[in-house]
Structure formats: structure tokens, C-alpha cells
Design a protein around this ligand. Structure first.
Ligand code: FES
Ligand code: FES
Length: 155
């Protein structure tokens, strides 16, 4: 499969999940293992631009497809506008939910660059924040939609 623009290969048992391959075979530990049953969204990644729970997909189901994880969204020298907005607004507390939420927000904004608050809430319906800071997270996503596309989001 292609992960964050890079072709990756692994030989794993058939029952291995996409999340396990990302984290354990390739060291991409940004996607988190929370519930492991599709409830929390901490493992959310994009597969062919669709947000999915990586804990529910088998790696073999993703063979030959394109995957985007949080590691492909930004880094120390470039923050995606969603990440930059979260930083500016202090949207994140412990951060465990953040990778999945950023990916879900990207999936939303890619399709709908100017979502309503309700649409943001609906897009995050599969992402739980155990710190319960949803208000700042939703504000951060709305803020990112106001930022010029292609910038690092710096004020
Ligand atoms: S770890 Fe995948 S949805 Fe919770
Ligand atoms: S910021 Fe802690 S789980 Fe969301």
C-alpha cells in the first residue's frame, strides 16, 4: 500500500489490522489504539480519501490502496491549517484523540471547505475525546476553514 505518499510493504498474518501494521510494522504510532472495536475514532486514517477506523480494517483489505495518517498531515516545520488552528486555540488537552480528530476534520474539509458547526459535529460523531474538550475542537476546525489554504496557519 502507499502510506503518506510512500510505498510500504509488509508480510503479516491475515488477521492483522491496518492499525497494527501502521504502528508495529512501520512505527507510525500517531494513529492511536483506543477501544479496538470501532467506537472511539482514535485510530482514524484516510483510505482512498475516506475516513476509516484502522482498528476495524484488515491490512490485506488495504492492499494497493492509498493511506493517509497523521504523520502525513504536517510536521515540526509545517502544520496543516487544522493543526495550526488547534495550536492557536489550544484545542487539545491530553492529545490522545487529536490524530483521529484531525484526520476526520480533513476528510470533512476536503469535501466541504466551509462546513457549518452542525456539519462539523456530525463529522466528529465517530471521534470521542475523553478529556471532553469538544467546544475548542469544533472552534479549531471552524477556524481552520477560515485560514487561507496552503499556509502554515501562522497568525
Ligand atoms: S481504536 Fe479504533 S475506533 Fe477505537
Ligand atoms: S484531548 Fe484528551 S482525549 Fe481528547
Amino acid at each position: 500500500m502507499t502510506v503518506n505518499g510512500q510505498v510500504r510493504r509488509a508480510e503479516v498474518p491475515a488477521e492483522t489490522t491496518l492499525l497494527s501494521v501502521l504502528r508495529e510494522a512501520w512505527g507510525l504510532t500517531g494513529s492511536k489504539l483506543g477501544c479496538d472495536v470501532g467506537d472511539c475514532g482514535a485510530c482514524t486514517v484516510l483510505v482512498d480519501d475516506l475516513s476509516v477506523n484502522a482498528c476495524l480494517l484488515l491490512a490485506v483489505q488495504v492492499d494497493g490502496r492509498e493511506v493517509l495518517t497523521i504523520e502525513g498531515m504536517g510536521g515540526f516545520d509545517y502544520l496543516h491549517p487544522i493543526q495550526a488552528a488547534f495550536e492557536r486555540l489550544s484545542s487539545i488537552q491530553c492529545g490522545f484523540c487529536a490524530p483521529g480528530i484531525v484526520i476526520s476534520a480533513k476528510a470533512l474539509i476536503d469535501k466541504n471547505p466551509h462546513p457549518t458547526e452542525q456539519e462539523i459535529r456530525e463529522a466528529l460523531a465517530g471521534n470521542l475525546c475523553r478529556c471532553t474538550g469538544y467546544t475548542k475542537i469544533i472552534e479549531g476546525i471552524a477556524e481552520a476553514c477560515r485560514a487561507p489554504v496552503g499556509t502554515d496557519g501562522s497568525a
